[in-house]
Write a protein that binds this ligand. Structure first.
Ligand SMILES: *Cc1c(COP(=O)(O)O)cnc(C)c1O
Length: 451
């Protein structure tokens, strides 16, 4: 089975795209040479509704990865749309320095309340990488304000992903990025990941977590005086292949960070907002970080927004008559009212529709739909955390990911593998038929890509 994604109206948009647009993290040549084994189809999207994307030629695709993990409740959700329309009539945007407005105040209060006040202040930007930058800068500046200027290094985990700006790349351990931009970076120290797939014969995920925590302690014992913060993706390292790990690692990391005076930054840009079963993933470890980064799902996938929550103790360490001791960071659209209003509509849904409870049943149903894959001879490590389900594929074929992606699109599903890891991370709102459609498309595409 194959599909021609560039017929009719689609074709016009693809042609104009290739003449004028440069796509994110993409080798454009893979779009320019549709006959090569590396070819990537380009899909013009005319509109989207619920879990479905529609192209200009009337074909549809189930959004199995929530448009890069941003969409929680389906596209065009009426509650978010209504909130945005109302906000647009009141206030579109105003600079935040020296000004304030209802959406940013309400959002900050409600995010803080979601941490029971443990993280009492919120700082805003427009994307995840900027949230990472903010957390790193804030941590190092906190220590500087405390007279500990030597505490300015960072720790991250093997396989970590925290964004693609220069500062965020320095705490991102993906070889492809690091190689190309190495001369620009001041790299963080990379410590062993608690990725449960490393469990040996007779070992549990907790054994792996304890081993990784022991490595963290060994490092801190030597280097803590020069380290400002450890940054982690709680429970699931998404971009490096949906590496899932035991919450015990987070408990131990929290205790070690306390003992060695190092901040703990939880990057919940992908795993926050209910994705792993709790509103924040770190809650499953019974801990709180010093800094919490949110983005992606926070606006339900409608507008760019990110937030860094921090403790009041961190906030207060910046209060002084001296401007140089203030947190020196801003973006033109910091605290954009429309984006904050979309986030408030998302929080309303969590409060009013008992999303976390509903997600427990949805996650079980998702697991059931994909359970037959466990018996597939090429499937390894079928795993799930809430509304993220993933497995690895035993194949030596370097073009596997692209061929799978194409085969899934031909079956009306957007499922884009990370190397040899296939995952689904759908909007929460799939119904039974849509779950079955997704599982069926994945099974069919797997058979075709392995043939
Ligand atoms: C996507 C992601 C980022 C970067 O967010 P952008 O909005 O793409 O800059 C950072 N950290 C994690 C864990 C992510 O998944």
């Amino acid at each position: 089975m194959s599909a021609d994604f560039s017929s009719g109206l689609n074709q016009q948009w693809v042609r104009r795209t290739l003449a004028a647009v440069w796509h994110p993290c993409t080798q454009m040549q893979h779009h320019l040479r549709p006959d090569s084994p590396q070819a990537m189809p380009m899909l013009p999207v005319a509109r989207a509704q619920g879990a479905w994307l529609y192209d200009f030629d009337g074909r549809r695709y189930l959004d199995g990865i929530s448009s890069w993990w941003t969409n929680l409740f389906g596209h065009g959700h009426p509650k978010i749309v209504a909130a945005l329309r109302a906000q647009l009539d009141e206030l579109d945007h105003v600079m935040l320095a020296g000004f304030t407005h209802a959406p940013v105040v309400e959002l900050s209060e409600r995010l803080s309340a979601r941490t029971q006040g443990a993280l009492g202040h919120a700082f805003y930007a427009s994307d995840g990488a900027s949230a990472t930058e903010i957390a790193l800068k804030m941590s190092a500046h906190y220590w500087r304000n405390a007279g500990r200027t030597e505490k300015n290094g960072f720790l991250c985990l093997a396989g970590s992903y925290h964004g693609e700006t220069v500062g965020a790349m320095a705490v991102t351990d993906l070889a492809l990025f690091r190689e190309a931009y190495a001369p620009l970076l001041r790299p963080a120290a990379v410590l062993p990941s608690p990725d449960a797939r490393q469990a040996g014969e007779g070992e549990t995920a907790q054994t792996v977590a304890q081993r990784a925590a022991a490595a963290l302690e060994a490092y801190l014992r030597e280097h803590a005086p020069e380290i400002a913060a450890l940054i982690v993706e709680p429970l699931v390292q998404c971009a490096s292949g949906m590496a899932m790990y035991d919450a015990d690692y987070l408990r131990r990391a929290r205790a070690l960070c306390d003992a060695y005076e190092v901040h703990l930054i939880c990057d919940e840009i992908a795993v926050g907002c209910g994705r792993t079963g709790t509103f924040f993933a770190h809650e499953q470890a019974g801990i709180r970080p010093d800094f919490l980064c949110l983005s992606k799902g926070i606006t339900g996938g409608t507008l760019p927004l990110s937030a860094v929550l921090c403790t009041d103790a961190v906030y207060e360490a910046f209060l002084d008559d001296d401007v140089a001791r203030a947190f020196l960071h801003s973006h033109s659209y910091t605290g954009n009212p429309l984006a904050c209003r979309a986030a408030l509509a998302v929080l309303d849904m969590f409060d009013e529709d008992d999303v976390l409870h509903a997600n427990r049943e949805r996650a079980e149903a998702l697991g059931r739909a994909f359970a037959p894959l466990a018996a597939h001879p090429a499937v390894r490590h079928l795993r799930q955390r809430g509304m993220i389900l993933a497995f690895d594929v035993a194949t030596e074929d370097a073009t596997f990911a692209r061929r799978f992606y194409r085969a899934a699109l031909a079956r009306e599903a957007l499922v884009r593998p990370l190397g040899k890891t296939i995952y689904v991370m759908p909007p929460y709102v799939l119904n039974e038929a849509e779950r079955a459609h997704l599982a069926c498309a994945v099974q069919g595409a797997l058979a075709e890509a392995l043939a």
